[in-house]
Design a protein around this ligand. Structure first.
Ligand code: 5AD
Ligand code: SF4
Length: 445
């Protein structure tokens, strides 16, 4: 039976790697463990149970986990238990027990609903507890126990898993098939968060545009508007979008709903239609640009950010050049770029990883430098603007506050010594300086 009473010797340490989905899963895992009587501690030394919520999107991320595990194997002698959660757990499965014999729990994200039962088995001394068989489940992991780390800005999962199977991507194999939450449960979580003082909500999913309300009442755009009209909510964002499923009514929803933020993260991955086809992305450069044109035609200035992979098998210098011309054409506000990393199980692993590592690094550096130049010029358009900023913290060394623009940009700002805006409050800031990755300003009182 669950209990909120803390049990002796049940201290856990949890470290999270990877994306926002993992960060939010960890919040849910922490909440569930605390409800089961465990207490969270800040160091491995203090913990009885050490958990890693892992990422396997690129090889480097995966290696980090195994390095961490081997650093800590000395603790096994002290009777600590180790658990591997998340994407590496799902991908490697029981092989982890062979590679790191001091691990006694291996569980993928689709199994977290069963964490309480898995904990009971661990406590009973079972050395090999697994949660790996649930990827085909229709159920999402919604829990009322989420331990939110930020008091004002929080995540809500609306869809889990991914059915897209892009050629390079491990996610459909680690997070399983797509399953959407009901509108009712999303809205009641949003309402609970608003009642608890949250004002900024980020809706999460690997491909939020493919959200399908199980009761069939609302489209994704409809859900966006419904969450944005929950009383008390001032900002709603969503990530990640897929260009193939990104529809015009999403742009219309942003235009007509001031509480929907004017920012869309729309990963393009490559500017070459040939490479996009090989990646199985299901859209062309032209179709991507068409979606950008919908946003550019909006009355609101919608900021667009993207993800790019360089050095996908078969990417020629000409293909790469098309990615550079796409950057120039779109003028993204932020680009997250990665060197292609072959992943197990994916279709691309069978293609020859034909671009040498050095060439991938070169392309990445060229791309990042070009994007830095673009942002150096485009961020200037904010000069003189009065932006509403959600206050996130104070940088004592610089005597500055920092916060977030509705377009997700960081704003560092000064204020009179007499004014101390609260963390989580919204203030008006006049932008006086633009850097390639952030804005600087003065608070208006
Ligand atoms: N190699 C490099 N980058 C990848 N991504 C996903 N899979 C890979 C891979 N195998 C990138 C994509 C995705 C982002 C989250 O990670 O750009 O949008
Ligand atoms: Fe991976 Fe493609 Fe799904 Fe995104 S849409 S999670 S890149 S398979």
């Amino acid at each position: 039976m669950s209990t909120t009473e803390q049990k002796p010797d049940k201290k856990f340490y949890l470290e999270t790697f990877g994306c926002q989905m993992n960060v939010h899963d960890s919040e849910k895992v922490i909440g569930t463990l605390v409800h089961e009587g465990y207490a969270q501690v800040d160091t491995v030394e203090e913990a009885d149970l050490v958990l890693y919520n892992t990422c396997s999107i690129r090889d480097k991320a995966e290696q980090k986990v195994f390095n961490r595990l081997s650093d800590y194997k000395k603790y096994k002698k002290q009777g600590k238990k180790f658990g591997v959660l998340g994407c590496v757990a799902q991908q490697e499965g029981e092989k982890i027990f062979e590679r790191a014999p001091y691990v006694s729990l291996v569980a993928g994200s689709a199994s977290y609903r069963n964490l309480p039962q898995m904990l009971v088995q661990l406590e009973a001394g079972n050395q090999r507890v697994t949660g790996l068989d649930d990827r085909q489940t229709d159920q999402t992991f919604d829990t009322e126990f989420t331990a939110r780390t930020n008091k004002h800005r929080g995540y809500i999962t609306i869809i889990e898993g991914c059915d897209k199977f892009c050629a390079y991507c491990v996610v459909p194999y680690t997070r399983g098939k797509e399953r959407s939450r009901t509108v009712e449960s999303v809205l009641s979580e949003a309402q609970r968060m608003a009642d608890a003082g949250f004002t900024d909500i980020q809706l999460l999913g690997q491909n939020v545009n493919s959200y399908k309300d199980p009761s069939g009442t609302l489209t994704f755009a409809g859900l966006l508007k419904a969450v944005a009209s929950v009383p008390g909510i001032r900002r709603v964002r969503f990530t990640t979008s897929h260009p193939r499923d990104f529809t015009r009514d999403i742009v219309e929803a942003i235009e007509s709903t001031p509480t929907l933020c004017d920012h869309v993260h729309l990963p393009v991955q490559s500017g070459s239609s040939k490479v996009l086809k090989a990646m199985l992305r299901e859209y062309t450069r032209e179709q991507y640009l068409e979606r950008v044109a919908w946003m550019r035609a909006s009355k609101r200035h919608i900021s667009i950010s993207t993800d790019i992979i360089v050095g996908f098998p078969g990417e020629t210098p000409e293909d790469f050049e098309e990615t550079i011309t796409l950057l120039e054409e779109v003028q993204f506000d932020a680009v997250f770029a990665f060197k292609y990393s072959p992943r197990p199980n994916t279709p691309a692993i069978r293609m020859q990883d034909s671009i040498p590592e050095e060439e991938k690094s070169k392309r990445l550096a060229v791309l990042l430098e070009r994007q830095r130049q673009i942002q150096s010029s485009t961020y200037q358009k904010h000069l003189g603007e009065v932006a509403q900023v959600m206050v996130e913290g104070r940088n004592e060394a610089k005597a500055q506050l920092f916060g977030r623009h509705s377009q997700n940009k960081t704003v560092n700002f000064t204020t009179s010594a007499l004014i101390h805006p609260a963390i989580g409050s919204y203030v008006d800031v006049r932008i006086t300086k633009a850097l390639p990755n952030s804005l600087v300003g003065e608070m208006i009182v």
